[in-house]
Design a protein around this ligand. Structure first.
Ligand code: F0G
Length: 458
């Protein structure tokens, strides 16, 4: 018999209690957190869909590996294992361990950036953009046009606009820091990037003599989509697909907190020796020596094991299909979504859900508050709170989309958790016309979504 139920391909060996709360309590918690879920305590959250980053459940093998961690300052065995695993996967010569993705970003983009420099991506993730802009450089996003239409079905909505890339590389000749392909495209709705697109970008970058980097933190999930959607790829394993993509780039930045199934870690991998040496110097100044870079030996052990486990076909199949399960249920309820459903998250189109709330009243932030109030579900706005900027006269220049992300931690929640979320949405849909927007009462200059304060509009 062939079953249609996709089961979690693991048994649960260790559990962590969830503290339950009432709606009245959550109204108070949210007020105290200034309507910003980043300011909630985790004990006030029932289902935490804030991020899939660093929230994975590690396997028994990873925990066992942690006991083997070699904590030597230099030349640790655990580093050797991590380095050889990353090198085997990426084929890149120089591997630099970092405590998470943004540390690798700060090193490479700090080094390549600076005033007058330009970086081009399908979509820069928020920390990527912040690190580039902090150096004084400019970050330009060129997703394909299909990627900006949430309702449109397209197999690889995470692709970069190759014609626009060619044009920009001519326009900014001599000033391009790097071209960065984010797989999957997180800020663009978790949408996958095709191999053909990556190959097209690699060829253009080579022609212009420009560095081509992968932001590869969800490359295993991206490989699932390539195998199932791209012609000619069906006979390759997920790992071979990832290896083929790494083979055409000049370097990669990875937050291991995603597809390496760990709670902390990352790396920078580079082909060029001179560039790697400059980056190693920066690594040693702020992260740690070149054989640990801010990680414990046990973290490096867990990364080495996680990078193997992630390519298990049973795991990847469950991972993508269980995300799809949630997306499909919400779609059936009439919740406007980013389609097709991506790999690590379901994205809600808050602009369509709340058409009566204009962008400068932040419909996504309003939805985040509703989900928390009704179900204790913590999510993140990826819209004008995260990416909006101000014009000279102080008016908001909104982000292209007003999305809310339900990011699903790996191997953490079961089907009944998902059904609870769906039930919350049933109620949310009934109340949608009565929801009001919010206003910002306090904000920092960079990455304002983390610490901004809000107030509901009357
Ligand atoms: N690049 C991408 C595409 C990311 O999604 C993230 C993190 C980073 C880089 C930075 O990595 O957090 O280890 O420093 N994304 C998390 C998220 C935070 O919730 O999507 P980091």
């Amino acid at each position: 018999m062939k079953h249609k139920t996709v089961i979690e391909p693991f048994r649960i060996k260790s559990v962590e209690p969830i503290s339950l709360s009432t709606e009245e309590e959550r109204v108070e918690y949210l007020k105290r957190a200034h309507y910003n879920p980043f300011l909630l305590r985790s004990d006030e959250v029932i289902i935490d869909f804030m991020t899939d980053s660093g929230t994975s459940a590690m396997s028994a093998k990873q925990w066992a590996g942690m006991m083997e961690g070699d904590e030597a300052y230099a030349g640790s065995r655990s580093w050797e294992r991590m380095e050889s695993e990353v090198r085997d996967l990426t084929g890149l010569k120089h591997i630099l361990p970092t405590h998470q993705g943004r540390a690798a970003e700060r090193i490479i983009y700090g080094h390549l950036g600076g005033p007058g420099k330009v970086f081009i991506s399908n979509t820069h993730f928020d920390t990527t953009r912040a690190n580039i802009e902090f150096s004084g450089a400019t970050a330009i996003d060129i997703p394909i046009a299909e990627g900006k239409d949430t309702a449109l079905e397209h197999p690889f909505k995470g692709n970069m606009d190759v014609a626009a890339l060619d044009h920009l590389l001519k326009e900014h000749k001599g000033n391009v820091g790097a071209v960065i392909l984010t797989v999957t495209n997180n800020s663009g709705g978790g949408q996958p990037v095709s191999m053909a697109n990556a190959e097209g970008i690699a060829a253009i970058c080579e022609r212009h003599g420009v560095l081509f980097l992968l932001d590869c933190c969800r490359i295993a999930e991206n490989s699932w989509f390539i195998k199932h959607r791209e012609e000619g790829m069906e006979d390759l394993t997920y790992r071979e697909i990832a290896q083929r993509m790494f083979a055409i780039c000049d370097g990669a930045v990875m937050s291991a907190k995603k597809d390496a199934l760990v709670n902390m870690g990352g790396f920078l991998a580079l082909k060029d020796t001179e560039l790697a040496e400059a980056c190693i110097n920066l690594l040693i100044i702020t992260e740690g020596f070149a054989t640990y870079g801010g990680l414990s030996g046990r973290d490096m052990e867990a990364i080495a094991i996680g990078l193997r486990e992630i390519f298990d076909p049973n795991y990847l199949d469950y991972r993508i299909k269980s995300t799809l399960f949630l997306g499909q249920k919400l779609h059936d309820l009439g919740v406007p979504l980013m389609l097709p459903i991506g790999g690590h998250a379901v994205y809600i189109d808050a602009k369509k859900l709340y058409p009566h709330i204009p962008p400068h009243h932040y419909p996504g932030q309003a939805l985040v508050g509703e989900l928390y109030k009704l179900g204790g579900i913590r999510t993140v706005e990826i819209g004008s709170v995260m990416f909006g900027t101000y014009a000279e006269d102080g008016t908001l220049k909104p982000a292209p989309m007003e999305l809310v992300r339900l990011a699903i931690p790996r191997r953490v929640y079961t089907q009944s958790h998902i059904e609870y979320v769906v039930e919350t949405f049933e109620e949310l849909m009934k109340q949608r016309e009565h929801v009001r927007g919010v206003r910002i009462t306090k904000e920092p200059r960079f990455l304002r979504h983390f610490t901004a304060h809000f107030e509901p509009l009357a």
